[in-house]
Design a protein around this ligand. Structure first.
Ligand code: SF4
Ligand code: SF4
Length: 447
């Protein structure tokens, strides 16, 4: 018996040693990778990212409440350098995000990304859950609902796993028996106000349907006493046709008195989230088009309200390319001015006159002509980017979620940093996405 124990122990021990060695090595690779890339959030603030147009936000989901996944997603994307992590206005979810951020900071010290909580003023797609009673389902149903769910939120036994459902709605139309219904809700303003007073909550996002500003005003009035604690207020709204800009201006006029009276005005910003095609970034390339079209439309307007613009809804790895094609990626007014001066240098050199003139015309047209409309573009400031950045939701969760699911299938509910090989794999996915906006110089062959 003793021999047998000894034999088992001696055969397990070297294996454990190997695992420990491999884990240590992977963790060191993670640290080296982050240092080598030079993640900007280590040295610069989220506010600067907005001004430069390289702001990246991870959307955990206004309704997604799986705290294990949220913690691990926050850890991975914090390491990848996001400026902000947006989550449900729920205490346990906020705790999970902060725990993930702190675990990431123990691996590599860096500036904390902002934590943003999301609320709604009215019924909104982001604030709903699917529900059905599995007992009512015909036993021969092929369960298409389970297959389309991007969040693995439907189980054979329990029906919808509430905390994993983020309300994307894909399961509703596929049920041949019409068994699935949507349960909508509005986040409690009093509880949200309490959360905003926490030191580890930095920003607020208000989802509004744009149908009526009375509800927006009511929510704002309920939250205004805690607004002084946040660094950023974001408003997420859909494109509602020609009235979009006047709606934005009305909302800004409701908020402005309370934003101005704060002595934090220097660091507080307004940000408008251009919600193209909600919760669809994981579907494919085309999903990002609506958010870009929305951005093109708004940046071309003279009278858009003060504030940064950020893309969301359908955003994915193709979004930055779309912005580049629309000449909106990290474009500022000053770009045009500097290029104008550069052109003048050419003009002084007589042999370069024609070349300089042509260059000036091209650059001017590039800067001010968007989708055929000539406009005087008005960014938040001369040096600020026209588009502050991009928020990634479903797509970001999908690419890292694949790795987290694999880890959980092997190790059950686990902290990703305890399995550095999985952490490294997840980080590579996150860096590839965040890097499209942050312009990381990723090594040609990632370890
Ligand atoms: S498909 Fe969407 S709405 Fe349906 S359960 Fe899954 S996450 Fe929820
Ligand atoms: S598709 Fe409809 S009937 Fe079939 S398992 Fe899903 S909810 Fe039940």
């Amino acid at each position: 018996m003793a021999l047998s124990f000894h034999c088992e122990a001696s055969s397990i021990y070297p294996q454990q040693e190997q695992v420990n060695y491999r884990n240590k090595k992977c963790l060191q690779i993670v640290k080296n990778l982050i240092r080598k890339i030079g993640i900007p959030s280590i040295s610069s603030s989220p506010h600067i990212s907005l001004q430069r147009g390289n702001w990246v936000k991870l959307i955990c989901g206004a309704s997604f409440e799986d705290v294990v996944d949220i913690r691990n997603l926050s850890l991975v994307y914090a390491l990848a350098g996001v400026d902000c992590i947006d989550c449900a206005a729920d205490e346990s979810v906020v705790n999970a995000v902060n725990e993930g951020i702190e675990a990431a900071r123990e691996i590599v010290p860096f500036q904390r990304p902002w934590v943003m909580i999301s609320v709604n003023d009215d019924e909104d797609l982001h604030f709903r859950k699917a529900k059905f009673d599995p007992e009512d389902c015909p036993p021969d149903c092929s369960r298409p609902c389970e297959m389309v769910c991007p969040s693995n939120a439907i189980s054979l036994k329990d029906g919808v796993i509430t905390e994993r459902c983020y309300g994307c709605g894909r399961c509703f139309p596929v049920c041949p028996y019409d068994k699935i219904r949507a349960v909508t809700y509005v986040r409690d303003a009093v509880a949200t106000s309490q959360l905003l007073k926490r030191n580890d909550v930095d920003a607020l996002e208000i989802h509004t349907s744009g149908r009526q500003t009375d509800l927006f005003k009511e929510l704002w009035n309920n939250l205004k006493d805690s607004i002084g604690n946040v660094k950023l207020v974001a408003v997420s709204l859909p494109y509602v046709g020609d009235s979009t800009v006047s709606l934005m201006n009305t909302m800004y006029s409701i908020m402005e008195p309370h934003l101005c009276c704060s002595n934090l005005w220097q660091v507080r910003s307004m940000i408008y989230e251009l919600d193209g095609r909600p919760m669809s970034g994981d579907i494919g390339r085309g999903a990002t088009r609506e958010a870009i079209a929305f951005a093109v439309h708004l940046t071309a307007l003279r009278d858009r309200p003060h504030g940064f613009l950020q893309l969301a809804g359908g955003t994915n790895v193709h979004t930055v390319n779309g912005l580049k094609k629309a000449r909106l990626f990290q474009t500022t007014c000053i770009t045009g001015i500097l290029l104008f001066l550069f052109s003048l240098l050419y003009l002084f050199e007589s042999q370069y006159f024609i070349k300089g003139f042509i260059m000036f015309m091209i650059l001017t047209v590039q800067e001010y002509v968007i989708e055929g409309e000539i406009s005087t573009v008005k960014p938040p400031g001369l040096l600020d980017a026209l588009i502050g950045g991009v928020a990634y939701g479903g797509y970001a969760r999908k690419i890292v979620g694949r790795v987290l699911s694999k880890m959980q299938s092997q190790h059950s509910l686990a902290c990703v940093e305890d399995y550095p090989d999985h952490l490294l794999e997840a980080l590579k996915e996150a860096l590839a996405l965040v890097g499209t906006v942050k312009c990381y110089d990723l090594p040609s062959e990632l370890p």
